[in-house]
Design a protein around this ligand. Structure first.
Ligand code: BGC
Length: 734
């Protein structure tokens, strides 16, 4: 539609038709079944006049469903304005990739971009227009269940991923291959106090600007068309009602012109937060703050009308928001083709292609992190007699929360993956235990979790199987529904029933390889103490079984690096590598006088640091070299380092560059990641890695809140993780 036609359409709209554009409901509002229909309408008490004019639909997917809802809607819609279909497509659609925290561990933004491209192609033919992804909330506290949806604790890395995901989804914005991206949850939703879901966020402005906002900005800069507000408050104001966050920062400073959508029910929650007295006040606050779409409440639907009619809100707020939604529909070509990419016949061709499954396997291989490998117990020889034991050993439940659309029939179990790699007759499998302790109540997203396995019988069976083996491979971990939204936990341990299994296996005195599944960093000390090798597998998705088996048997070589610190104990949370030094840092050995910054009962040091991950290869770093010592804004410097692969295994290594600004107008972190270079090195080969250091990499939010660098001494660290590094010094001059 031409711009003037859109303007004409806009001018023809009645008040209810305008308000409708700002309301998002679920597809079952348009079901033919009136019983289902009246249920949710009654529940959220929304006026039918608005329902017939709403602007968008939440989480209806599948070409046939989308086409049917769109048809029913348009049959009743006077102005023939098509619906937008928005959905949570987070780490894949029919082909499911590892959870985002796993993808984060690949340290490979280009690979991650490809996963977004596959998800976009698969979802576009299934009728989806907008994905509520990427979720780029910075996370420092493993107690929060949604760390699984994030790319980890580092601002620089998160920003790289934000960009690559947006570019991957949106590609050329063609109907067949792309989705429009909605970055979320703006902002700082990943920092709830105590890691408790939906809790208050308290942070200084500098931390917000310096550490938490850049990843959302990177998504906006990459061209994402929507932003979702977060549930939380910042400095006492819920973001969904915050003019400062939405109008000043997002719109004015960042120049964002796309659509802002409130998270599910967040507009109405302004009342429960205690900043609005009633729904009318909540509607006014959210719209004036800059929130265009109200997701799944009747607040805009029922109260924007009276507000406008009584002149209690300026009409331009409504008009601008409506125009933004119409512009998005027009950009997607919905006026010409309301069904856009939706195509039932093509779904069969485009979903879970061989290429998509190969990419899924590659991402599993690159996301797993080898945490321990004593005496090189891994990789296993195919002829070894293996007992594959544990609740994860033979299940297709390998996809994390939000994988609504996963094609279960394509999920490869560990048993299938191991069978493909092992010598015939060398593998025996036994579940060994249920996932959860009998007294754990867990209502998951899809259904309540019901365990049917008897712990005593299964343990007995597993012991019999294990006795016959050379090596025990234990596939254990959190239940998939123990992480994700509403998945906060105070204890980051394995269920007791699984620890019992691990300990019983240890008694057999055979090598134990633990495959650890989780949506977050768990407390791994005890697990590692009982295991010879530990591979962190996250929640790996469709190709989990085969990717992991290839790693275990050495067909592939682990290369994942932790994108989030693994705490030593829950009491360390929040914990992150780029912290401040404090005025009384503890000595390197961890022991010191009482009056240093430390715990009496646990070390400060985490179980595993950010960036950590072992390989079957042995990488030997040479001495880093700077081409000069002085850096100025017009004169970058270059640092180089050689890496030799002194082993029989070809492998990927991620060389990490960290910088510390030694003295600043405000305290600067002990080190910050500023560059990564992932290289493939053949046995006995040496590769040289080079990084260019520019003045703009040294900028930060200064004492006066300006964003600039400050001349002085800097430390530069190069190495294989955030701790095993070599140090150099350079100077920034004016
Ligand atoms: C989540 C969002 C999600 C939305 C729609 C909310 O509960 O916080 O991340 O996009 O639901 O499903």
């Amino acid at each position: 539609m031409e711009k003037f036609e859109l303007q004409e359409l806009f001018e023809s709209l009645t008040l209810n038709e305008k308000i409708g554009q700002l309301v998002q409901l679920k597809g079952n509002f348009f079901s033919e079944n009136t019983e289902i229909n009246t249920g949710p309408i009654k529940k959220i008490n929304i006026d039918q006049k608005i329902v017939k004019n709403i602007g968008s639909i939440l989480n209806t997917m599948g070409a046939e469903s989308v086409i049917s809802v769109q048809k029913k809607y348009l049959a009743n819609n006077d102005k023939q304005i098509p619906l937008l279909f928005m959905a949570d497509i987070i780490n894949g659609f029919r082909t499911v990739f590892p959870i985002s925290l796993g993808l984060g561990s690949t340290f490979d933004p280009d690979l991650i971009k490809q996963t977004a491209q596959v998800a976009a192609s698969e979802a576009a033919v299934s009728g989806v227009h907008v994905t509520f992804s990427p979720m780029v909330d910075l996370v420092r506290d493993a107690r929060w269940g949604r760390v699984m949806e994030s790319y980890g604790e580092d601002t620089y890395l998160n920003s790289l991923y934000a960009k690559s995901m947006v570019e991957g989804y949106q590609k050329d914005l063609s109907p067949e291959n792309s989705l429009v991206s909605c970055v979320k949850h703006f902002a700082a939703y990943g920092a709830p106090i105590g890691g408790r879901e939906y809790n208050t966020v308290e942070m200084g402005e500098r931390t917000l600007l310096n550490d938490y906002l850049p990843s959302y900005y990177a998504a906006v800069e990459a061209g994402c068309q929507l932003v979702m507000t977060s549930f939380n408050t910042i400095d006492g104001i819920p973001v969904t009602g915050s003019k400062k966050m939405l109008r000043e920062i997002l719109r004015k400073e960042w120049g964002f012109e796309g659509v802002i959508i409130a998270d599910h029910s967040a507009v109405k929650e302004l009342i429960t937060h205690g900043v609005a007295t009633d729904e009318q006040e909540a509607a006014k606050m959210a719209l004036e703050a800059g929130c265009d779409i109200d997701m799944m409440t009747a607040v805009y639907a029922n109260f924007l009308g009276p507000l406008i009619e009584s002149n209690s809100i300026e009409a331009h707020y409504l008009d601008e928001a409506v125009m933004r939604v119409l512009n998005l529909k027009n950009m997607l070509g919905l006026f010409e083709n309301p069904f856009r990419g939706a195509n039932p016949a093509k779904e069969k061709i485009v979903h879970t292609t061989t290429e998509a499954l190969a990419l899924a396997k590659e991402t599993v291989i690159k996301s797993c992190v080898l945490l321990k490998n004593e005496n090189s117990v891994l990789p296993l020889k195919p002829e070894k007699k293996i007992a594959l034991i544990g609740p994860y050993s033979n299940t297709r439940k390998l996809s994390g929360m939000w994988s609504f659309a996963v094609d279960q029939s394509k999920v490869v179990t560990l048993k299938e993956g191991f069978t493909a790699c092992a010598s015939p007759g060398s593998l025996r499998v036994s579940e060994g235990s249920p996932f959860l302790d009998a007294d754990t109540e867990l209502d998951g997203f899809r259904s309540n979790v019901v365990e049917s396995i008897d712990p005593i019988v299964s343990l007995k069976e597993a012991l019999e199987v294990a006795k016959e083996s050379d090596v025990i491979v234990l596939a254990i971990g959190e239940h998939v529904d123990q992480s994700g939204e509403g998945g906060s936990r105070a204890y980051l341990r394995l269920p007791e029933v699984q620890m019992k299994l691990l300990k019983a296996m240890k008694e057999l005195n055979k090598p134990i390889v633990t495959l650890l599944f989780s949506g977050r960093p768990l407390i791994v000390n005890e697990i590692e103490a009982y295991s010879d090798a530990v591979l962190q597998c996250w929640i790996p998705g469709t190709a989990g079984g085969i990717g992991i088996a290839e790693l275990v048997y050495g067909i592939a070589n682990p290369s994942g690096k932790l994108a989030m610190t693994f705490p030593f104990a829950e009491g360390q949370c929040p914990i992150y590598y780029n912290h401040f030094n404090t005025g009384r840092p503890v000595s390197k050995s961890g022991v010191g006088t009482r009056f240093t910054s430390r715990y009496l009962d646990i070390p400060n040091h985490p179980a595993h640091v950010f960036g950590y991950g072992l390989s079957y290869s042995r990488f030997i770093y040479g001495k880093p070299q700077l081409d000069k010592l002085n850096l100025s804004p017009s004169n970058p410097i270059e640092v180089s380092i050689s890496v030799l692969n002194e082993s029989l295994y070809a492998g990927w290594e991620t060389v990490q560059l960290y910088i510390c600004d030694c003295v600043g107008s405000v305290v600067r972190p002990v080190k910050e990641l500023k560059g990564i270079e992932k290289i493939y090195i053949n046995p006995q080969e040496t590769k040289i890695v080079r990084f260019t250091i520019e003045e703009k990499m040294l900028r930060f939010i200064r004492g006066d809140l300006t964003f600039a660098s400050e001349p002085g001494v800097f430390k530069l660290y190069l190495g294989t993780d955030s701790e095993k590094v070599q140090e150099l010094e350079f100077y920034l001059t004016k």
